[in-house]
Each structure stands twice: as structure tokens, then as C-alpha cells.
Design a protein around this ligand. Structure first.
Ligand code: 5GP
Ligand code: MN
Length: 336
């Protein structure tokens, strides 16, 4: 395994570099990737940022977004960039299955693979790691990587600060989750000093819904929310027809699960979406309720203790039944 010192030496000369992040990148995935992109560009590296899929439209104002390449849109060119890269940074994921079609090209690539991530249970495909499962966001790790590991605190531009702020803000639920430590607030203060306009970023992310998205939200809360009071659990499910009739696009379902969690006394919330090719499940919890264990045991997934995801190839009703039938196994912890 490479040390930070060795990586720093490698980065002292311009290199061909690819940065990638997980499928359907969220605010932290794109924010941390663009933050690192700007830092590497400033040192004249030849950097390509390649993501496996499209991303939510509420991120389409991020500085540097015009540099983001979507893997599936130019497969051959992107495969060449990956194969030719001397260094590949893998951000906000730690298992190659999370980059879907890019997994094989990245696995076969000869470049040095650097994993910077905050998810549990890394799968070990990398040559360098800056990994901290206690970190709230990968953007927090990029800040630390640049300032502490690379000892380059003076290099954070306003664009970088904006990207990293966005990553930390979105992964901490706007500085609400238990992962929001005093270190997070100190980093955020530094990012504001470096030029991140905190109020403008909140506006751009949270006040950017379409009318349709809001009506879809209202529909789900009225018709698709079920509460299981004996297990302090709430669930929202979305059918294929719902997705079609409200013309739901990437990002429209982001945050929906938190409405289920916002009911007083609820300790576990599920969002179950029938995405045709598979059922996608998101779990959120309060306290010790282990979303990651539930996702791993029943839904092929994982994540953090209080926020996890998974998927299934069963039909929607079967997945709903599986979720309901798991609840008695967690009754004690759910009703504590
Ligand atoms: P979300 O519910 O927002 O899709 O995901 C919540 C958390 O769980 C994120 O940190 C995400 O990285 C993780 N996660 C989502 N889907 C999966 C999955 O299929 N496998 C694993 N291991 N983690 C996932
Ligand atoms: Mn993250």
C-alpha cells in the first residue's frame, strides 16, 4: 500500500489522472470529485473526471460541471482515458460494483488506484487509501487529504470550496446528522473563508424543485406512505406507474425518505422504488437501528449505520413484504 508521502512525491510531477465516483453521483460524490479535480488541475495534471451515469439536476450549477464526462456517453474515449491513466482516484465508494459498467475497465487499468471514501467495509481493489468510515462526507476527507496529507492548505480556491461545501452539506443533511462534528463546523468555516457562499449553495440545492417534483412529493405523502407504529417504522413505496405519470427524473426522489423519518417517534424509514430494471431501496434510521445490516441481510446492499441502500430483482410487493417481515427481528432496537 502506498503512503501519503509516496503519493505526494508522485503528484509532484504532472500525471495523467482519472477521477471517478459512484453510479448516480450525489452531492458528495460530485462535490468531492470536482474539489479534487480543481486541486489537481492547479498543478498542471491532465485530469479527466468520469462518472458512471447521469446525476440529479439540482447539482447542475456546480462549478466545473462542464468537465464531467459520463462514461456511457463516450465509452471508447473514456475506456482509453482509464487505461492510459497513471493514477485513478476513486471517490465516495469502496467496491467496484458501485461504478457499474466502469468496474471492469477500472479493475483492469494499470494506473495506481487511490480510494478516498467514508463507507464501511472496503473491498480492497486499491493501492492507496485515505479512508475514514467515521467521516461525514468524502468532501471532508478531500479537505483533510489536501490540507493535512498533502500539506497544501493554501491552495483551496473559491470553486473548490464551493464543491466541498456542497458535498459536506448534502451528506450531513445540512449539518443535522450525528456525523456533524465540531471538525465539520471548523472545515465549513474554512470553506466559507475560502469563498464558498453558504447561503447561495443552500438556495441552489434546496430551492430548485420543479412544480412536478413537488406534486409528486405531495402524492407520495398522501397515497404511498405507510406507518407501522408497533415497530416505529414508516415506509414510502413508488410504483413504475407513479414514476411514469409524474415524469420523475434523476434526483426527484432524493430526500423523500426523510419525510417518512420526520414523523415523531419513527426510528426507521424506508423508500422502496420500482425502477423497472430493479427495485431500489433506501433506508434511514435514528440511533442504533442498523440500516446497513438490514440492507446487507435482505437487499444486497449496505452503507452506513443510519443511511443505507440496496436493491432487489423481486417484484415490488415481494420487496415490501420482505421489508415488513424483517421488522420483528429488530423490534427490540426499534422500540427501545
Ligand atoms: P441512498 O439511499 O441515498 O441511495 O444511499 C444511502 C447510503 O447507502 C449511501 O451512503 C450509499 O453509498 C449507500 N448505498 C446505497 N446503495 C447501496 C448499495 O447498493 N450497496 C451498498 N453497499 N451501499 C449502498
Ligand atoms: Mn458520501
Amino acid at each position: 500500500m502506498l503512503t501519503s508521502e509516496q503519493l505526494k512525491t508522485l503528484l509532484s510531477e504532472p500525471k495523467r489522472i482519472v477521477i471517478t465516483t459512484h453510479f448516480k453521483p450525489d452531492g458528495d460524490a460530485l462535490g468531492s470529485s470536482l474539489g479534487l479535480f480543481y486541486w489537481l488541475k492547479a498543478y498542471k495534471h491532465d485530469v479527466s473526471l468520469i462518472v458512471p451515469s447521469d446525476f440529479p439536476s439540482f447539482l447542475d450549477w456546480l462549478p466545473g460541471l462542464e468537465h464531467v464526462r459520463i462514461y456511457t456517453k463516450e465509452v471508447q474515449e473514456n475506456q482509453k482515458l482509464i487505461a492510459d491513466a497513471e493514477i485513478i482516484f476513486c471517490l465516495d465508494f469502496n467496491g467496484l460494483s458501485r461504478i457499474h459498467d466502469m468496474a471492469v475497465p477500472v479493475e483492469n487499468a494499470t494506473g495506481i488506484k487511490c480510494m478516498i471514501d467514508h463507507h464501511l467495509e472496503p473491498q480492497g481493489f486499491h493501492d492507496y487509501e485515505y479512508w475514514d468510515p467515521k467521516a461525514a462526507a468524502t468532501a471532508q476527507l478531500i479537505f483533510r487529504f489536501i490540507t493535512a496529507e498533502m500539506q497544501d492548505a493554501g491552495s483551496i480556491s473559491a470553486d473548490m470550496a464551493t464543491c466541498l461545501y456542497t458535498g459536506i452539506m448534502t451528506d450531513t443533511g445540512s449539518f443535522r446528522f450525528r456525523s456533524t462534528t465540531s471538525e465539520i463546523h471548523r472545515i465549513i468555516a474554512s470553506l466559507i473563508d475560502c469563498g464558498a457562499q453558504n447561503w447561495a449553495i443552500h438556495e441552489l440545492i434546496y430551492n430548485s424543485s420543479s412544480e412536478g417534483r413537488l406534486k409528486f412529493l405531495g402524492y407520495c405523502l398522501l397515497n404511498r406512505l405507510e406507518v407501522f407504529p408497533e415497530y416505529n417504522t414508516a415506509m414510502i413505496y413508488v410504483t413504475q406507474e407513479d414514476l411514469k405519470s409524474f415524469e420523475v427524473i434523476t434526483g426527484d426522489t432524493e430526500g423523500l425518505v426523510n419525510y417518512a423519518l420526520s414523523i415523531k417517534g419513527i426510528r426507521l424509514a424506508a423508500l422502496i422504488i420500482d425502477r423497472k430494471e430493479q427495485i431500489k431501496l433506501s433506508l434511514r434510521s435514528i440511533g442504533d437501528v442498523p440500516c446497513n445490516e438490514i440492507c446487507k441481510t435482505y437487499f444486497n446492499g449496505g452503507g452506513h449505520l443510519n443511511a443505507s441502500g440496496g436493491n432487489s430483482h423481486d417484484d415490488l410487493q415481494t420487496v415490501i413484504n420482505t421489508f415488513k417481515s424483517a421488522l420483528p427481528n429488530y423490534k427490540e432496537i426499534l422500540t427501545k
